[in-house]
Design a protein around this ligand. Structure first.
Ligand SMILES: NC(=O)c1ccc[n+]([C@@H]2O[C@H](COP(=O)([O-])OP(=O)(O)OC[C@H]3O[C@@H](n4cnc5c(N)ncnc54)[C@H](O)[C@@H]3O)[C@@H](O)[C@H]2O)c1
Length: 350
């Protein structure tokens, strides 16, 4: 199987590339623009592998995409390339509109042109997996779960741009018959995540003995999923998903932000035994504008139709993530001293 993976130098995309090449013997063409969020160090395990190739390209570049489709002749696309950080979307939405909406549109069009010229058997087998988020559904109250039929009510520029691209993806199935499968996943965590996101930011601040900034009271709830479990789900969606359908992925693991930060502190203290408890570094800071209260996923359709379920508990996954950041300083040290030093993003005033 030959798969174009977009955004393969990012957090989830690199896990997908590693699993496709190492676990499924697939041939992978990683197409990535290499934004600030990318890190080719996440793909070191695939360097020189005969089944892995990389091309630096913006998914808004239609000519470049056409060339890749024509020469690589993929059986499938897993589309992960996106601007992905809510706080950055609040400070500067423009890149989110360009990559997440225009980029997805351009990729859908390139895939449609390629797909329509395939021989019958290859056209029937072709799949386009569009990777999205549970944030498109907006916020839940204290009860209930997101199902695939939950209406879209995005709150942030990030989730609105992802919602727009999901609608385009479904429309390209309904109107043009492009065999698109949309996936909506809850918050991911694990190794190789850029340290602007909650969990790696807190781990690195604990290592540096810096304050652990919790937004507001820390009572916002997310449903956490280990990144390798998500990557497995995306590959199951590719091999077992029905075109035109959406599949929700979640960890069945709701935690408040404050509880997540406290647990990181507990594991850090158990592993490193610092002189004072890490939880004493917790500082409550101004909340995120438009901060959704709660996300929680009903993943029973993915369990039923794809035979997918998370393998790791949050406790196992989080502890191993703390250990990974401690053991892989070289992966993140240059990021912390250069591209992103941990400063607050996404406030409405400077
Ligand atoms: N991280 C999560 O918790 C989560 C949860 C659900 C869904 N998602 C979705 O999964 C996908 C991947 O998320 P992630 O956390 O790995 O993101 P990430 O920010 O770590 O990686 C995104 C990658 O996309 C690349 N990219 C961005 N714009 C591009 C463009 N115009 N052309 C080519 N490449 C481009 C970047 O260089 C980067 O390597 C995104 O679509 C995101 O919306 C993420």
């Amino acid at each position: 199987m030959r798969v174009v993976v977009t955004g393969g130098a990012g957090f989830i995309g690199s896990a997908v590339c590693r699993q496709l090449v190492q676990g499924h013997n697939a041939e992978v063409m990683n197409v990535d623009k290499l934004t600030y969020a990318s890190n080719l160090g996440s793909l070191e395990a695939l360097a020189g592998h005969p089944n892995y190739d990389f091309e630096r390209l913006d998914i808004c570049d239609r000519k470049g995409l056409d060339r890749i489709f024509a020469t690589f002749e993929p059986d499938a696309v897993i589309h992960l390339a996106a601007e992905s950080h809510v706080d950055r979307s609040i400070s500067g939405p423009s890149a989110f509109i360009a990559s997440n909406i225009v980029g997805s549109y351009t990729l859908l069009e390139a895939a449609r042109a390629y797909h329509s010229n395939l021989a019958d058997d290859r056209r029937d087998r072709f799949r386009f997996v569009h990777v999205s988020t549970d944030e498109v559904y907006g916020s839940l109250g204290e009860t209930g779960l997101f199902v695939e039929e939950t209406p879209y009510r995005p709150s942030s520029p990030y989730s609105a741009s992802k919602a727009a691209s999901d609608h385009l993806a479904h429309a390209w199935y309904k109107t043009y018959g492009l065999p698109v499968i949309v996936t909506n996943c809850s918050n991911n965590y694990g190794p190789y995540q850029f340290p602007e996101k909650l969990i790696p930011l807190m781990i690195l601040n604990a290592i540096d003995h810096k304050p652990l900034p919790v937004y507001g009271a820390g009572s916002n709830i997310r449903d956490w999923l280990f990144v390798e479990d998500h990557a497995e789900g995306l590959i199951r969606a590719l091999t077992h998903g029905r075109p035109g359908e959406s599949y929700n992925f979640g960890g069945n693991c709701e935690r408040s932000n404050l509880d997540v930060v406290k647990l990181i502190g507990r594991y850090y203290d158990e592993i490193e035994t610092p002189t004072s408890p890490t939880s004493s570094l917790i500082t409550h800071v101004e909340d995120r504008p438009g901060h959704d209260l709660r996300y929680a996923i009903d993943a029973s359709k993915a369990h039923r139709e794809l035979g997918w379920g998370p393998r790791r508990t949050f406790e196992e996954g989080l502890r191993s993530t703390v250990e990974w950041y401690l053991a892989n300083r070289s992966w993140w040290a240059s990021v912390r001293s250069g591209i992103y030093d941990g400063r607050r993003l996404g406030l409405l005033r400077a």
